[in-house]
Design a protein around this ligand. Structure first.
Ligand code: FPP
Length: 246
C-alpha cells in the first residue's frame, strides 16, 4: 500500500458521519432511508480511502448517547443496517485486504449483531491493507473509564506499578490500541463539535467541518477534505514555522 501514498497523505482519518436524518427529511423520506443512503456513502469512502493509501479509516456509526433515539431507529441501525452491511460487504472487504475492528462496548449489543461483527473481525484479522474501524456503542469518556478500570485492576494484582502509568500505557488500554492517533477528523452535517469521539486520541488531529450532509459526501468531497488537510501546517505544539505570527 505504501507505494500509493504521498507523504502528506493522512495516515489515519476519522469521520463523524452526521446528517442522514436531515438528508431524508429534505427529501420527504423516513430517517431510516437517510441511514441507508449513509451506508452507500460509507461504502464509497472505504473503497476510496483504500485506493488513495489511507492506512486507517475510523467511522462513528453509533455513540453511547445514540441509545436515546426512538427504539425503531436504534433497532434499524443496530439490528438491521449494520448486519446487512457486514453480510453484503464482508467478502469484498476481505478480498480488498481490509481489516475490520470495532471500537466500543460490543459486549452489550444484541447477540445477532455481535455474532456478525465477530465473524467479520475473525475473517479479516490477518489482512494487511486498510484498517477499517467502526465505532459502535462508543463514547470517548466511557473508553477512558474502561481503560482506568483495566489499569487499576492490574495495579491491584501487582502486574504494574503506579509509577509506570504514563500516556503510552493509557493509549494501550484504549479501543484504538496499536493505531496511530487520527491525523484528520472530518464532521459532515454542519455541526462543529466532537461529540465524545476519540477525545484522548484527537489532541493534535486536524479538524475539518463541512455543511454537506453525510449521504451527499461523495469521494470528491472527501478528496477536498484531504487536500485541505495537506495544506495545513502541523506543529504539534512546537514552532516548526520559525514562530511567525503573520
Ligand atoms: C448521524 O446522522 C448518523 C448516525 C447516528 C448513524 C450513522 C450511521 C451510518 C452512516 C450508517 C450505518 C453504519 C454502518 C457501519 C452500517 P443523524 O441521523 O444524526 O442525522 P441528523 O443530524 O440529520 O438527524
Amino acid at each position: 500500500m505504501d507505494e500509493k501514498r504521498d507523504n502528506k497523505m493522512p495516515g489515519h482519518v476519522a469521520i463523524i458521519m452526521d446528517g442522514n436524518g436531515r438528508w431524508a427529511k429534505r427529501k420527504g423520506l423516513p430517517r431510516t432511508l437517510g441511514h441507508n443512503a449513509g451506508v452507500e456513502t460509507l461504502k464509497e469512502i472505504v473503497k476510496y480511502s483504500d485506493e488513495i493509501g489511507i492506512k486507517i479509516l475510523t467511522v462513528y456509526a453509533f455513540s453511547t448517547e445514540n441509545w436515546n433515539r426512538p427504539k425503531e431507529e436504534v433497532d434499524y441501525l443496530i439490528k438491521y443496517l449494520l448486519i446487512e452491511f457486514l453480510r453484503k460487504e464482508i467478502d469484498e472487504l476481505h478480498k480488498n485486504n481490509v481489516t475490520i475492528k470495532m471500537l466500543g462496548d460490543i459486549e452489550h449489543i444484541p447477540s445477532l449483531t455481535k455474532n456478525e461483527i465477530n465473524k467479520a473481525i475473525s475473517l479479516t484479522r490477518n489482512n494487511t491493507g486498510l484498517k477499517f474501524n467502526i465505532a459502535l456503542n462508543y463514547g470517548g469518556r466511557g473508553e477512558l473509564v474502561n481503560a482506568l478500570k483495566d489499569i487499576t485492576k492490574k495495579v491491584i494484582l501487582g502486574d504494574i506499578n503506579v509509577e509506570s502509568i504514563n500516556e503510552e500505557l493509557i493509549s494501550k488500554h484504549l479501543y484504538t490500541a496499536g493505531d496511530e492517533d487520527p491525523d484528520l477528523i472530518i464532521r459532515t452535517g454542519g455541526e462543529k463539535r466532537i461529540s465524545n469521539f476519540l477525545i484522548w486520541q484527537s489532541i493534535y488531529s486536524e479538524l475539518y467541518f463541512t455543511d454537506i450532509l453525510w449521504p451527499d459526501f461523495k469521494k470528491e468531497c472527501f478528496a477536498d477534505a484531504i487536500s485541505d488537510y495537506k495544506n495545513r501546517s502541523r506543529r504539534f505544539g512546537s514552532l516548526k514555522d520559525g514562530g511567525r505570527i503573520c
